[in-house]
Design a protein around this ligand. Structure first.
Ligand code: ZN
Length: 94
């Protein structure tokens, strides 16, 4: 694993907590953790933090098999959940 990928993982852990952006469940160990590219690398997505999210390895693989609109639907509901989580966390900091 390159140093750049490792630092992206750490930044994503900070950003999302240890939750999978695809299924919304906790990622319990580093072995399960993978970086998912929101716009796939194959479609010109860049390897930068804004195009990356944390996902279980298994979810990441599942996403690759999914129809795009099905995946979009799952992602939209999870985005709302992540946003709520971040708002709660921000309130805690005050
Ligand atoms: Zn997952």
């Amino acid at each position: 694993m390159s140093t750049k990928n490792k630092s992206i993982k750490l930044q994503l852990l900070w950003k999302y907590g240890n939750r999978c952006a695809i299924c919304g469940k906790k990622i319990r160990n580093f072995e399960e953790l993978s970086v998912d590219h929101i716009i796939p690398r194959a479609k010109g997505g860049r390897n930068v933090i804004s195009n990356c999210q944390l996902a279980h390895k298994s979810c990441n693989e599942l996403k690759n098999d999914n129809l795009p609109d099905e995946y979009e639907r799952i992602l939209r509901s999870n985005k709302r959940r992540i946003l709520k989580m971040r708002i709660r966390r921000a309130i805690l900091f005050w």
